[in-house]
Design a protein around this ligand. Structure first.
Ligand code: PLP
Length: 424
């Protein structure tokens, strides 16, 4: 069948998805796929939620869209109220966008403008971590450390520095405790700030639980507390990217709640609208809002579809559903079940090195040798083969990694909808 769509892979015509039924997607041939990855950790309510559907229909019946340069809207105001009522400490405002990369772009520009408002124009550097992913637009790709995604676009990227991720399975030494390891890698941020020059770094960006490069890798205890201390000591803004790990995915509404700190800016997307509408947002702390409000009064940014009324209505219905149906309890129960089931089946598998994660955000890392943790030769495309075979068998899992430019590991990610049952 020929297609005029430029698909992700020009050589592969994907099946046509025609219907959703709970955690299943059904293609044009009637084949059912168990969505064990929520697409890319998006579909937290499954694919046929009646409440979100009703909210979208109701909103389109009233007003589908009004440009945010002219108007606010009920769904936009109510969603912002709802998000701030349940936000990490210090967050006071919400800046809406249409997805994860846009949220990261907005956060980076807001960090820059914050320092301009404060009269600190030299603060222009951003530090992030290797083995991270923050989106595919050029600014977000610049701070991301996913070499496979970056490599051919390097000439177009802005300058950003990268420090080590907190990746205990790969990096914790035999002679150090988890806490010592966490401090060691967190302290790399301080070294990077001192190298670039205090007063020159605007922000540090990190995913509280790393998704699309490392397969659900949470930091060791104490790591993020130390990161927060270092940012505060040098006046550097902490941008937490919860596009993938946020909105309940790890068992708390925000992944960072489990670390006992909060950021200055926090990006959210995917689980915000559960895939029913494209939407993302930046949670903005009071100090940044006040600096812009009392300075130029205008954040120099904007997209046509930001604060889209129908997208906000869908996201509001999604967030209410997560709360009203107590879905985070199920995320925790089924997350444990998934971890136990994967461990029972694969813990001794010769090519599985690690099974990890939080809530319904679980990663499996493949190795050529369990004892040495040696990864597979990337030419073998282990990830792609696993994804393809699973998909052929009606199972969606999200493949990542592959050894490239010093980055280690093949992984698959499981991120099923929060409504998943024991049997599923
Ligand atoms: N940030 C993180 C942590 C992500 O995992 C992703 C996407 O996977 C993005 C940003 C980019 O989001 P989007 O694909 O919606 O632009």
């Amino acid at each position: 069948m020929s297609s005029h769509v430029l698909h992700r892979n020009s050589l592969v015509q994907p099946p046509r998805a025609v219907a959703g039924d709970g955690i299943y997607i059904i293609d044009a041939n009637g084949k059912r796929y168990l969505d064990a990855s929520g697409g890319a950790a998006v579909s937290c309510l499954g694919h046929s939620d009646p409440d979100v559907r009703a909210a979208i229909i109701e909103q389109v019946g009233k007003l589908a869209y009004a440009h945010s340069g002219f108007f606010s809207s009920d769904p936009m105001e109510e969603l912002a109220d709802d998000l701030i009522a349940h936000a990490p400490a210090g967050m006071e405002k919400v800046y809406f966008v249409s997805g994860g990369s846009e949220a990261v772009e907005a956060a980076l520009k807001m960090a820059r403008q914050y320092f301009l408002e404060l009269g600190e124009p030299d603060r222009k550097f951003v530090i992030a971590r290797r083995q991270s992913y923050h989106g595919n637009t050029l600014g977000a790709l610049s701070v991301g450390g996913n070499m496979w995604r970056r490599r051919q676009f390097e000439p177009l990227l802005i300058d950003a520095s990268h420090v080590s991720p907190c990746y205990a399975y790969r990096d914790q030494q035999a002679n150090e405790t988890a806490e010592q390891y966490g401090l060691r890698v967190a302290n790399e941020l301080e070294e990077a700030i001192l190298t670039l020059g205090t007063g020159r770094v605007a922000a540090f960006v990190a995913e509280p639980v790393v998704g699309a490069t490392s397969g659900a890798v949470a930091a060791v205890p104490g790591y993020f507390k130390r990161i927060r201390e270092i940012c505060d000591r040098y006046g550097v803004l902490l941008i937490l990217d919860e596009v993938m790990c946020g909105m309940g995915r790890t068992g708390t509404l925000h992944a960072i709640e489990q670390e006992g700190i909060s950021g200055d800016l926090q990006t959210i997307a995917k689980g915000l609208g559960a895939g029913y509408q494209p939407i993302g947002a930046v949670l903005v702390s009071g100090k940044i809002d006040r600096a812009i409000a009392s300075g130029s009064g205008f954040f120099q940014h904007g997209h046509t579809y930001q604060g889209h009324a129908t997208a906000c209505a869908a996201a509001l219905a999604t967030q209410r559903a997560i709360r009203d149906r107590d879905l985070l309890a199920n995320v925790n129960i089924q997350g444990e079940n998934l971890q136990n089931a994967l461990t029972a089946q694969f813990a001794n598998h010769p090519y599985i090195g690690d099974i990890r994660g939080r809530g319904l955000f679980r990663g499996v890392e493949f190795v050529a040798d369990r004892a040495t943790k040696e990864p597979f030769d990337p030419a073998r495309k282990i990830n792609a083969k696993i994804k393809k075979t699973a998909f052929a068998n009606g199972l969606m899992c999200y493949p990542m990694g592959g050894t490239i430019d010093g980055q280690l590991g093949d992984h698959v990610l499981f991120a099923p909808p929060y409504i998943v049952s024991d049997e599923q």
